[in-house]
Design a protein around this ligand. Structure first.
Ligand code: FE2
Ligand code: FE2
Length: 201
């Protein structure tokens, strides 16, 4: 019998996640749920509950040290890229999903990719994946120059705001001399090739 995503189920997931988070991260995760909810109502109303569940789960493994992220990824046969070997933190979304799947008997590729892609993005992202990726960046507790422009763009076009968020992240990493995973670069190219644009000021 497939799992039913009832409000009671969501409450169990929330309690499990919040017990695994550092207390200071709880407002962020609640903010991602709130933002993913309104974005889902706008862009994929039939997936509103999946958006909420993915948002709850996306950072469930955030507290784990690098060695444990690597161990969990190996144990669950997750693909581990060169970038993830260098920066195991990039695995926290994918590991968060497998831990939740184990706990609740989830088997939902929609939740899996939305969690797995939330940090780097991915050229194969679907609408729900984009919502979690963007909501992670623009939820109400985020406060950085440019966040309001991203929030406005999120109300206009899902693909537009996804490109804007990707470009924002790429700029941020370049300016700080950080390692760049190839996935956001491929995501940028896919959206540009599809003719996606956003308002630049
Ligand atoms: Fe995260
Ligand atoms: Fe997050």
């Amino acid at each position: 019998m497939p799992l039913e995503y009832t409000p009671e189920f969501e409450a169990r997931v929330q309690a499990w996640v919040e017990a695994r988070l550092k207390p200071k991260r709880i407002p962020h995760v609640r903010g991602v749920v709130e933002t993913a909810d309104w974005m889902a109502q706008l862009y994929v109303p039939h997936q509103r509950m999946q958006a909420r569940l993915a948002a709850w789960i996306h950072d469930a493994a955030k507290k784990l040290p690098d060695e444990e992220l690597m161990q969990q990824a190996e144990l669950h046969h997750l693909p581990i890229s060169e970038g993830e070997k260098m920066v195991p933190m990039l695995l926290h979304g994918a590991v968060g999903y497998v831990l939740a799947a184990q706990e609740f008997g989830l088997d939902d590729p929609q939740l899996q990719t939305a969690c797995a892609y939330h940090t780097t993005g991915d050229p194969t992202m679907n609408a729900l994946d984009m919502i979690i990726y963007v909501a992670d960046l623009i939820e109400p507790t985020r406060d950085f120059p440019g966040v309001d422009a991203l929030r406005t763009a999120a109300q206009v076009s899902l693909e537009g705001v996804t490109l804007m968020a990707t470009d924002f992240t790429l700029h941020y990493l370049i300016e700080r001399g950080k390692y760049i995973d190839p996935r956001p670069v491929h995501l940028h190219n896919r959206l540009v090739q599809a003719g996606v644009t956003y308002r630049r000021n």
